[in-house]
Design a protein around this ligand. Structure first.
Ligand SMILES: Nc1ccn([C@@H]2O[C@H](COP(=O)(O)O)[C@@H](O)[C@H]2O)c(=O)n1
Length: 279
């Protein structure tokens, strides 16, 4: 399997290769994929412009300008960021509710937005579906919007489960609240643990490929017990020099400013198909 690409950084190449080989031997039937959505399955930038996240609306731009630099600040601890993330997400959800978003507006809003999945997304989603490999999308974005993005890209396959912030509409179809516990970038561990019952459905798949763009995404598999191998891939999209060291120390593979799914695709395609005979 070829991991040679100039965007790829690894702290321990040998260990990564060993993990991939161990996962390959166990085969696609032992694999599950857990992935963040915004800026992981979607592109960070295209033609020099930031691609919108599931939150993006003009009114939220100001909040993004204030809080996003805090989210990615390599000089602040997660503990320091936590209350500020709750503050950010709470304000965003309040703004969305104030805008009286209508359920029937979502499809058009997504169609008119420039939301974009990463290059190679179709191979990724289709391959996982074809080989019955479960894909859990774990997003601090807006679940209804991300569902619409993958539906409009024709890759919303039955192997997909989603944990995210879902909108709660009133009987007239107007947004009135968000359902359940708020998920933000740095509390995915709690989300993972509270959804552990759901994750039990894939408990017989002890090998996990985890994809994220934030250090907070590393806890997305914390609800999965008895894992044999967890291979983590981190997309380092922004503030590269400031964050490179912490990403290399935290993710097994770091992809620097790589807007493609080339490496995840190479890994999932390398897995031995479920019904092939082991050699
Ligand atoms: N107003 C906001 C709030 C958050 N974001 C970004 O969304 C990302 C969360 O979604 P994941 O699928 O990545 O969990 C997060 O990284 C924030 O940067 C935003 O764009 N606007």
């Amino acid at each position: 399997m070829n991991l040679a690409k100039c965007s790829v950084l690894m702290r321990e190449r040998g260990r990564v290769e060993e993990t991939i080989h161990s996962m390959q031997r166990a085969g696609a039937g032992s694999l599950q994929v857990i992935s963040d959505f915004d800026m992981t399955l979607t592109r960070f930038a295209h033609n020099g412009m930031r691609v919108p996240t599931t939150h993006s609306k003009h009114a939220m731009k100001e909040l993004l300008n204030t809080y996003y630099p805090i989210e990615i600040d390599a000089g602040r601890s997660t503990e320091e960021k936590l209350p500020l993330m709750v503050e950010w997400w709470t304000k965003v959800h309040e703004l969305l509710i104030d805008q009286r978003i209508r359920k029937d507006m979502l499809a058009r809003a997504v169609k008119e937005s420039s939301a974009m999945l990463r290059e190679g997304y179709k191979v990724f989603f289709d391959h996982l579906a074809e080989h019955h490999i479960p894909l859990l999308i774990f997003s601090a974005g807006v679940g209804d919007v991300l569902e619409e993005v993958i539906r409009q890209n024709h890759v919303f396959h039955p192997n997909i489960n989603i944990i995210s912030n879902y909108m709660d509409f009133d009987h007239t179809g107007v947004l009135q609240a968000f359902k359940g516990q708020l998920i933000h970038t740095f509390n995915k561990r709690q989300g993972a643990l509270s959804h552990a019952a759901h994750l039990r459905q894939v408990q017989d798949r002890p090998n996990v490929l985890l994809l994220g763009d934030s250090l907070g995404d590393l806890t997305m598999a914390d609800g999965v017990t008895d894992t044999h191998n967890i291979l983590t891939i981190g997309f380092l999209n922004d503030q590269v020099e400031e964050r490179k060291e912490s990403y290399i120390n935290s993710f097994d593979i770091v992809l620097v400013k790589d807007e493609t799914m080339d490496i995840p695709n190479a890994i999932v395609k390398y897995m031995r198909p479920k019904d092939s005979v082991p050699v």
